[in-house]
Structures are given as structure tokens and as C-alpha cells.
Design a protein around this ligand. Structure first.
Ligand SMILES: *Cc1c(COP(=O)(O)O)cnc(C)c1O
Length: 223
């Protein structure tokens, strides 16, 4: 069994090797893991952590208050959670409808930097998945751009876990083209979040600037 430090080192090496000099960030996905695991990885130098469930994340934030962590919400966001999310997270990667935008903006405390926002895209057109259709990205981006308490940073996607890796790769490539489209209107955006434990190298090869890795760092999640 490898240690957390060894797995962390290995993941960082694989990211760097695939990125070939391009900066690619790592979000360590801590869902279902105790705060102690996050503290252990933070002590090794990891700063960005992703959480799927707001209540679970808030409990960890209270425990880990003193550690300088960048918290990313990567799970679905309900409108009745916008206040807690805007108050406590640094990034929301899953903005997928207009209704969330004024709520996040209204509740972002004025003494904190703007909340970093990614638009989640439904890149496979799966009826069951969250994320906006590609055609709806431009309107949502325009709405976010009107809010001084929010900062549009880019796009995020969770392509279907297709066993055919060439189809996954094609989905990552579609995301990259969508990201380039949005960049023409918003040249400051810098973040394309895609790729998880199984496929982060493919995602980087297709242009990801941020990957979200859970299992490959912390080991398998218990059900
Ligand atoms: C759980 C999760 C991850 C990490 O998945 P692993 O396969 O454990 O690396 C990444 N992104 C999102 C949105 C997730 O829900």
C-alpha cells in the first residue's frame, strides 16, 4: 500500500509530465473523507480542495479553519444553499442556471474577494446530468459578467464515464473548443476544469487547466 504522500507525489508528476510545462492545477476531491485526511494533504502542500456536499464541506471548514485552503464546490448547487456557499467557498464550479447567479452575488460578503465561478457544461447532452447545454453558455456567461461580486473563470464538465476512452477524449476536445469560444468574449478566463482519477491525463492532453482527483489520491471511497 502506498502512502498519501507517495500518491500525491505520483499524481503531481503525472500532471506535470502530461502538461509539458503548461500550468495545470489540482483540486483534491475530499468528499466522504474526514477532515484529518484533508489536513494531512494540506500539510504536504496541497491548497485546493473540492467538496460535493455543502453541509459536509461546512463541517470540515469549521474543523480546518486555520489552514489556508481554497475550497471548490464541485457538486450540484441548490438555490437554498447559495448563501452558505457564497459565504464560505472560494470557487463554485457548478453554476448551471441563471437563477443561481444573482443569489450567489447577493450573498457574497463584500469584504471577501469576488467568488470564482465556473459554468458547468453538459457536454454529452445527457438528460440526467447537470450542466448547461453548450448553446446556453454565452447567455449565462454574460449574466455572471454583470455581477461585481462574482468572477467568471471558465468552464467545468463531467463527461460521461464512457468505457471507450476515445469518446471521453472527444468530449474533452469539445469542451476545449467551447472554452476557446468563450475566451473570445472574455479573454481573462483561465480555467477549464475537467478530468478525474481515471482520465485526468486525457483531459490535460485536450487542454484542461484544472483536474479534480479523489480516488487516486485518497484511495477508494467506501460506499
Ligand atoms: C467525485 C468527483 C471527482 C473525483 O472523482 P475520482 O474519480 O474519485 O477522482 C471529480 N469531480 C467531481 C465533480 C466529483 O463529483
Amino acid at each position: 500500500m502506498s502512502t498519501l504522500a507517495e500518491r500525491f507525489q505520483e499524481i503531481r508528476q503525472r500532471i506535470a509530465r502530461t502538461a509539458g510545462g503548461r500550468p495545470v492545477g489540482l483540486v483534491a476531491v475530499g468528499k466522504t473523507r474526514p477532515a484529518a485526511d484533508i489536513a494531512a494533504l494540506a500539510a504536504l502542500g496541497q491548497r485546493r480542495f473540492g467538496e460535493n456536499y455543502v453541509q459536509e464541506a461546512l463541517a470540515k471548514m469549521r474543523e480546518l479553519d486555520a489552514i489556508g485552503i481554497d475550497w471548490h464546490l464541485i457538486g450540484p448547487l441548490q438555490s437554498n444553499k447559495c448563501r452558505e456557499v457564497a459565504e464560505h467557498f472560494d470557487w463554485v464550479e457548478t453554476v448551471d442556471r441563471a437563477k443561481l447567479v444573482p443569489l450567489l452575488a447577493k450573498f457574497r460578503p463584500a469584504d471577501r474577494p469576488p467568488l470564482n465561478v465556473l459554468i458547468q457544461v453538459n457536454v454529452d447532452d445527457e438528460a440526467s446530468k447537470s450542466g448547461v447545454a453548450p448553446e446556453a453558455i454565452a447567455a449565462l456567461a454574460a449574466l455572471i459578467a454583470t455581477e461585481p461580486h462574482l468572477k467568471l473563470r471558465g468552464l467545468m464538465a463531467i463527461p460521461a464515464p464512457d468505457p471507450d476512452m476515445s469518446r471521453r477524449r472527444a468530449a474533452f476536445a469539445r469542451m476545449r473548443r467551447l472554452f476557446e469560444d468563450v475566451s473570445r468574449t472574455y479573454p481573462d478566463i483561465d480555467t477549464l476544469s475537467m478530468g478525474m482519477s481515471e482520465d485526468f491525463e486525457l483531459a490535460i492532453a485536450e487542454g484542461a487547466t484544472l483536474v479534480r482527483v479523489g480516488t487516486a489520491l485518497f484511495g477508494p471511497r467506501s460506499p
